[in-house]
Design a binder for this molecule. Structure first.
Ligand code: ZN
Length: 184
């Protein structure tokens, strides 16, 4: 497995992974493409045989998948004007899980972020309807958690924003742990 920087030219492969494993919906995918063209995405990828097996990317904004003004207000108070990026995607192909790929991507990203002067990472850690939260320990291990809020049904309005959940479809019942992690 090779670990390297995510590049803008990876966008087609990233969108395909998104469609299959994270979120679908034309509106979302086209706005991602535009953001990528504007250079808003960065992070790391794990590659084997010229195929992306895992990805962990960020965007240079403080945003949620779609607006949650109340929660964002509390997040911004905790941010206190420090340099903050938002996790865009963390994904390891199902057949490649359990090999420490996410952990390696996370370690690599921590170096990358520190080098760029970033101090805080905002993450929406997905909670499936059955209560599993597979990415939580990856995020929590990146540094010191300075903000954490568990929000049931965090994605319930997804369909209004053109986002389709790969598990629930149009009526998403997934929740999220909203985390702010100090990586300094
Ligand atoms: Zn869902």
């Amino acid at each position: 497995m090779e670990y390297m920087d995510f590049e803008n030219s990876d966008i087609d492969e990233l969108l395909e992974l998104y469609r299959k494993h994270l979120n679908d919906g034309e509106k979302l995918l086209s706005s991602m493409r535009k953001a990528c063209e504007r250079g808003l995405y960065f992070g790391s990828k794990a590659v084997e045989d010229n195929v992306i097996k895992g990805i962990f990317t960020f965007q240079r904004d403080i945003v949620f998948t779609y607006p949650h003004p109340d929660i964002m207000e509390r997040v911004m108070k905790a941010v206190e004007n420090r340099e903050t990026v938002t996790v865009d995607s963390l994904l390891v192909l199902p057949e490649m899980r359990g090999q420490g790929i996410a952990r390696s991507l996370s370690e690599r990203n921590k170096e990358l972020l520190r080098k760029n002067g970033n101090e805080l990472v905002l993450a929406e850690s997905w909670i499936y309807p059955d209560g599993r939260a597979p990415s939580l320990d990856i995020y929590e291990n990146m540094g010191k958690v300075i903000f954490k809020e568990e929000v049931p049904m965090f994605y319930s309005d997804s369909n209004k924003y053109g986002i389709i959940c790969p598990i629930c479809g149009e009526h998403c019942k997934c929740g999220a742990n909203i985390l702010l992690i100090d990586i300094t």
